[in-house]
Write a protein that binds this ligand. Structure first.
Ligand SMILES: [Zn+2]
Length: 177
């Protein structure tokens, strides 16, 4: 996986692009949660669920269907999230499904079960520029960790920041003369 700090770059870029009119603070927080939720499956490793199991790490919780189900469920909470149902659906779906796609851009692990539960095949994308983050947090403070942070800044944070800034500039209404 990219590190836990990097998945929220996607909802943050959406928030900067569309602004509070479409994405409330609550929805932005929900998007950040949705971008992190798939990695809860790493807890299964401690419970003895093997990595390659359909419910193992990078299994069902990293699939497109999981993101879809989560987004549909979240859309029912649109009043609580103070945004339209379509905005809630879109932000939660993009945030959650981007997690699996970012993992599929990494250099390590078993790949991502994007089509689970229909197939447990673990996919990588053809281009894998992101150094895989260690599952053991202690290893993050090492040469490996520095490699991870460098690749995540270049491949995720910089593009997301660029999109967010461009989106912010484009959506700003011209001042009345
Ligand atoms: Zn993951």
């Amino acid at each position: 996986m990219p590190s836990i700090l990097t998945h929220p770059a996607i909802p943050l870029a959406l928030g900067a692009t569309y602004g509070q009119r479409y994405i409330s603070g609550r929805l932005l927080l929900a998007g950040i949660g949705a971008s992190l939720l798939p990695d809860m499956d790493a807890l299964g490793l401690r419970l003895g669920i093997p990595y390659g199991h359909p419910l193992g790490h990078r299994g069902f919780s990293h699939s497109i269907l999981f993101a879809l189900l989560l987004a549909v469920s979240a859309a029912f909470l649109y009043r609580t999230l103070r945004s339209s149902p379509s905005a809630v659906f879109a932000v939660v779906f993009v945030s959650c499904s981007s997690h699996g796609l970012l993992d599929a851009l990494t250099t390590g692990g078993l790949g991502v079960a994007l089509l689970s539960p229909f197939s447990n095949h673990r996919y990588f994308l053809p281009w894998r520029p992101i150094a895989v983050s260690p599952l053991d947090a202690r290893l993050f403070f090492s040469a490996w960790g520095i490699r991870v942070v460098r690749s995540e800044i270049l491949c995720v944070w910089l593009p997301c920041a660029l999109i967010g800034v461009l989106g912010f500039l484009i959506r700003r209404e011209p001042k009345a003369k």
